[in-house]
Design a protein around this ligand. Structure first.
Ligand code: ZN
Length: 459
């Protein structure tokens, strides 16, 4: 106890007493999503600057205290989960948007600024920051960088790592590694920032970043479509990609099981009448988005690719359609406990994979709920399974990932590995890759200070 009190007192000397939270303030938070048991940690430390982050890490590295960086705490793989003796590093006081460079199309931010505020600031400057996901209101920029977040616009703009020009990272020993590069082109040796992006806080702690902005692409045209089979879905994707000249921003596919799970919440109007084998939320953003979408829909009707369509005629309608797709709360609220997966696999293998998964589930847990939706255009499916019993979780993981192995799919398309998928990293990565990851971890964090046990077993 004395040691704990000493540690907390030393943190207070760095960040100020008001910014070391303990006891009930820790227990009031959740560090997993969907929210699990209350958070347990020695304390939550809230630095206000990179220098304070560096001082905390230097201290923790020297005193054997594990540091768990936390952003919005809405990641889905327990990547920010703390243990009773750990210190949570919160970025809620580092939320500044420091600068926007319009000709250079960059924005300099601190790690704690929420994704949605970055999106809004970019729009106000006549540009766009194109990373977008359901948790936009809670996710912090630092968290999206640490996890290389994907989301709804990857098809057009790529993952978070494609939006980061420069990065400031604090290493385990407190060294500040600053590469706040603002140039599109910079081929001077190893691009070290890429090593930290997606490392889930295990190699260094992101404190600031230079984000790449894109031209504000114009108006959005949004429609909800029905399709009769998966071949039609893929043909529609090809058609939309061709006809939109690269302006296709989202192509979200939902199996009927998704609507069956979300609509009973009563929060949404059904987007289409009747039954459809597949539902598609398509969005084009360009100067001519409405015309392009009209042409795509006409061609799709002619070719028999769609069975019904609702075209959003206002922002409010588009918003209502997206609210269905983004309503993860209704999904997880209606089916507890729900096991969530974000796998990726070749599109041509999706139907076969899901058929095998359904059969395997039925053989062991007849009637288990299998809810499927995903970005499809980038190979990413969100698979959600409800057997009714939390103790089935590991066995269901084995089934979902085991069937993926022969397809050379990924156990994580976009959520990362965290704790939850650590034991399945070898489905997607070779033994040599995992060994090199371990060597990098040991090199950068020899004392195991940074988010220990996440991503790699025993690291
Ligand atoms: Zn997703």
């Amino acid at each position: 106890m004395t040691r704990e009190r000493d540690v907390l007192r030393d943190f207070a000397a760095i960040v100020g007493e008001n910014h070391v939270l303990v006891g009930a303030d820790v227990a009031a938070r959740h560090d997993t999503y969907p929210p699990g048991p209350a958070m347990a940690a020695l304390g939550i430390v809230r630095p206000a600057s990179t220098a304070e982050v560096a001082a905390i890490l230097r201290y923790c590295d020297a005193h054997g205290v594990a540091v768990i960086p936390q952003g919005g705490r809405t990641g889905l793989v327990s990547g920010g989960k703390t243990r009773a003796g750990d210190v949570a590093l919160s970025f809620e006081r580092m939320t500044a948007i420091e600068a926007i460079d319009i000709p250079g199309s960059t924005m300099i931010v601190q790690a704690g600024v929420p994704l949605q505020r970055v999106q809004e600031a970019a729009l106000e400057a006549g540009m766009t920051y194109p990373v977008d996901l359901g948790a936009r209101g809670s996710a912090t920029i630092g968290g999206t960088i640490a996890t290389n977040a994907g989301g709804n616009s990857v098809l057009r703009y790529g993952m978070t790592r494609d939006q980061i020009l420069g990065l400031e990272v604090v290493l385990a020993d407190g060294t500040v590694l600053s590469n706040m590069n603002r140039m599109m082109k910079n081929n001077a040796g190893y691009d070290l920032k890429q090593m930290f992006i997606g490392s889930e806080g295990t190699l260094g702690v992101v404190t600031r970043a230079v984000l790449r902005l894109r031209p504000e692409p114009g108006v959005r045209a949004t429609a909800w479509l029905g399709a009769g089979d998966f071949d039609a879905v893929l043909a529609l994707l090809a058609l939309a990609g061709r006809e939109s000249s690269g302006a296709l921003t989202s192509f979200e596919v939902m199996w009927p099981s998704f609507l069956d799970a979300v609509l009973p919440s009563g929060r949404h109007q059904p987007p289409l009448n009747g039954e459809h084998a597949f539902h598609i939320l398509i969005e084009i953003v360009s100067r001519h988005a409405q015309d392009q979408l009209q042409l795509i829909l006409e061609a799709a009707w002619e070719q028999g690719l769609i069975t019904d369509a609702t075209l959003a005629t206002s922002d409010a309608q588009a918003h209502a359609l997206w609210a269905i797709r983004d309503d993860i709360e209704a999904l997880v609220g209606g089916l507890r406990p729900l096991f969530l997966y974000d796998i990726s696999l070749p599109q041509v293998a999706m139907v076969g994979y899901l058929g095998q998964l359904r059969a395997a589930l039925d053989a062991r847990w007849p009637g288990a709920a299998l809810v499927v939706f995903g970005h499809v255009a980038d190979g990413n499916l969100h698979v959600c399974i409800h057997t009714g019993d939390e103790s089935d979780h590991h066995a269901v993981d084995d089934m979902v990932y085991g069937l993926l192995r022969p397809l050379a799919g990924s156990v994580s398309a976009e959520h990362g590995i965290g704790l939850d998928k650590r034991d399945y990293l070898d489905v997607t990565r070779t033994a040599e890759e995992i060994a090199l990851m371990g060597r990098l971890k040991h090199l950068l964090d020899p004392n195991g200070t940074l988010n220990p046990g996440k991503v790699l077993r025993g690291a």
